[in-house]
Write a protein that binds this ligand. Structure first.
Ligand SMILES: Cc1cc2nc3c(=O)[nH]c(=O)nc-3n(C[C@H](O)[C@H](O)[C@H](O)COP(=O)(O)O)c2cc1C
Length: 188
């Protein structure tokens, strides 16, 4: 099958519409092996992957709510409830972590883009295996206390949490940009 067809049909499935059991060990390994094959200026491997699976998702959600409540004592209960559920639906979440070398001749943006390609590959790969997936960030991706909770070093950043699972409720399509609105041509 042409690679273009699945790219053209790519559609994120919101994480709360995902459920278990999700990919088995062999499928997950195949997916991860494919996902790490990314363009990488300088062959720096500026990323790593951290799995959050099963009950660990709910455990992480509890910790997120605790961190949020500590930092923002007036945070509404509904917001904390949402934090508890952030990782509660997909049976596996692949955290794509960028390991950014500061001051390297390969600019930091390029290193982050390489990590972003891994996240995008995960979306396409999960879909190719018949699963749904969504790339999420939200405040937990940018909070240093959450980073420490996840075991990230000081030079590491969350590029995205890619939620993967069986599709409980199919995603609905949304308007896509028209190519003509985005395309130009340089004529000197
Ligand atoms: C870097 C990045 C971070 C994102 N973070 C969120 C997020 O935190 N919450 C959210 O609802 N969508 C987020 N999205 C968007 C979804 O992943 C997804 O693209 C969106 O639901 C639209 O679906 P589509 O991919 O089928 O167009 C993010 C996308 C990217 C690229």
């Amino acid at each position: 099958m042409s690679l273009l067809q699945p790219i053209t049909a790519r559609l994120s499935v919101p994480s709360r519409q995902l459920t278990g059991p999700g990919p088995d060990e062999a499928q997950l390994r195949t997916l991860l092996e494919a996902a790490i094959r990314v363009p990488d200026h300088g062959r720096l491997n500026p990323f790593r992957l951290l799995l959050i699976r099963g009950d660990q998702g709910r455990r992480l959600g509890e910790r997120l709510a605790e961190i949020h409540a500590r930092k923002e004592p007036d945070v509404p209960a509904g917001v904390l409830a949402k934090d508890r559920e952030r990782f509660a639906f997909a049976p596996v979440v692949v955290t794509v972590v960028a390991r950014v070398l500061a001051g390297h001749k390969v600019p930091e943006i390029e290193q982050r883009l390489t990590a972003g390609c891994v996240a995008y590959n995960l979306l396409l790969g999960a879909q190719a295996l018949g699963y749904g997936a969504q790339w999420l960030t939200g405040w937990p991706a940018y909070d240093r206390d959450v980073a420490a909770l996840l075991g990230l070093a000081g030079d590491e950043e969350v590029i995205g949490f890619v939620h993967i699972g069986n599709i409980r409720i199919p995603a609905s399509e949304h308007p896509r940009p028209a190519l003509a609105d985005l395309l130009g041509e340089w004529n000197g």
